[in-house]
Design a protein around this ligand. Sequence first.
Ligand SMILES: NC(=O)C1=CN([C@@H]2O[C@H](COP(=O)(O)OP(=O)(O)OC[C@H]3O[C@@H](n4cnc5c(N)ncnc54)[C@H](O)[C@@H]3O)[C@@H](O)[C@H]2O)[C@@H](O)CC1
Ligand SMILES: Nc1ncnc2c1ncn2[C@@H]1O[C@H](COP(=O)(O)OP(=O)(O)O)[C@@H](O)[C@H]1O
Ligand SMILES: [K+]
Length: 478
Amino acid sequence: MHHQPHPIAPDQVLTAAQMRDAEQRLMDAGTDVHTLMQRAGRGAAEWVWRIASGAPVTVLCGPGNNGGDGYVIAETLRERGFPVQLVAALPPATDAAKRAASLYSGPVVDAAEAKGTVLVDCLFGSGLNREVTGVLRDMLHELSARHHRRIAIDLPSGVATDSGELLIDELPHYDLCIALGAWKPAHVLMPAMAHWRQARLVDIGCDTEPGGARLIGRPSIAAPAADAHKYRRGLVAMVAGPMAGAALLASRSAALGGSGYVKLLAQEPLSGAPADLVVLRAPGAMTLPQALSDDRIAAVLCGPGLGRDHQARERMEAALNCGHPLVLDADALTLLQLADRADRTDRTGPLVLTPHEGEMAALEKSFGLSGKGTKPCRALCLAQSAGAVVIAKGADTLVASPGGALAYAPPSPSWLSVAGTGDVLAGLTASRLAVTGDPFRAATEAVWLHAEAARRTGADFTAAMLAESVRDAMCAAL
Ligand SMILES: NC(=O)C1=CN([C@@H]2O[C@H](COP(=O)(O)OP(=O)(O)OC[C@H]3O[C@@H](n4cnc5c(N)ncnc54)[C@H](O)[C@@H]3O)[C@@H](O)[C@H]2O)[C@@H](O)CC1
Ligand SMILES: Nc1ncnc2c1ncn2[C@@H]1O[C@H](COP(=O)(O)OP(=O)(O)O)[C@@H](O)[C@H]1O
Ligand SMILES: [K+]
């Protein structure tokens, strides 16, 4: 089927090459680079104008089209009567940048003389292809230190667009990063995204192919059907191990995440379970495989509090072989390496893996993957090898599917960096999987709800408090 290109949506994330293609498409249709640069520069100037509010601005320009944007920004501010000066770190080298430079009629000063309140960094954008060193690095550092506020155009100069890696020592911190045309992976990947307080997108009117990576947005969660009952809403079976706390946390968020019924399959007698949680000993009256053979189960969660001994391994294998949609987290991810290769790869039902960085590396090893490349590429590779949707967690969580779908979490509260929040996410993922039956959708909904629950919990919380806030997050998505 042939899909028409469409305007870049505000939730699309384009690599540097995809952005270049989008720009080229526009130029093939008759728009010249100059027009595009005017749109980008004038759009960015609106933000600079608001932030500077009359204070003197210094624009630092590099040799490429990012520098070209800088000349347009400087000229736009000058036309509006703003105090502006420009530092040309290197002379403009592209035709569009040369033309933009020729249209700038304000002062050009040496870096040593530049004094202002706001620095606009247009040294390098998506064309950065090597480390920023020597005079250029020193110039960026000194100017950054001398200005109270810093704005990065497209990206801070020293960030690799597709990986978010830093290609400079001590990248300065920015008040604002203005993405041009589309969000790029570096806008939602660490370590880059820790270097600005806010990010904004300026549309420059490019089209792109349908599909591609997206930002995870607020899901639309429907109320249960009028004739719903607890099984039809989704039964989650939580396979617990010896550490009851993690299993209880996951069960709580599974219960609040929309499923109709959560059954905790306990390995040992459990104290402190809430009254509304059904706890079944397995093995007890039945073995774990028997308990998991209930065909009303809509999703199984295994991992939180599982442990790593031989019993844990047996429980993980029972979950792997039960045939129900499955979420594997925490210890189950580590144990997965020990499972038979056939058990790991021959499953047909939906599977979601939720590794943090350490678990991701262990999984890559067990699937014979190199672990090299950008985080999104690594997650896509693992998803394909494991036949699983992968939630690659961290401060820059993303979701990858075996078919190549990719979704980035928008910046989430760093208060999530406390023990047990991963258990809450795993419970939410199982809950959404039980409700929707779609592993990619379940994973993205869970990631959004998890971050929203964190926002609603406020500052300095525990995982148990986070689990309770899942209720508020659900309300926000109804
Ligand atoms: N292509 C287009 O049509 C548009 C591009 N735009 C802007 O153009 C930017 C991309 O422009 P370019 O592709 O020209 O790239 P850049 O302006 O990011 O820089 C590329 C130039 O810097 C040099 N360079 C790269 N890394 C270096 C390093 N570490 N040390 C010294 N020199 C280095 C390269 O050799 C090249 O001359 C975007 O980020 C965006 O700001 C916008 O103006 C919109 C239109
Ligand atoms: N700095 C951070 N910013 C945003 N989210 C974070 C940050 N650090 C951790 N998280 C999130 O918190 C959760 C931690 O999960 P995990 O590492 O499995 O911890 P645990 O096993 O203790 O539950 C993940 O969802 C992760 O994405
Ligand atoms: K820049």
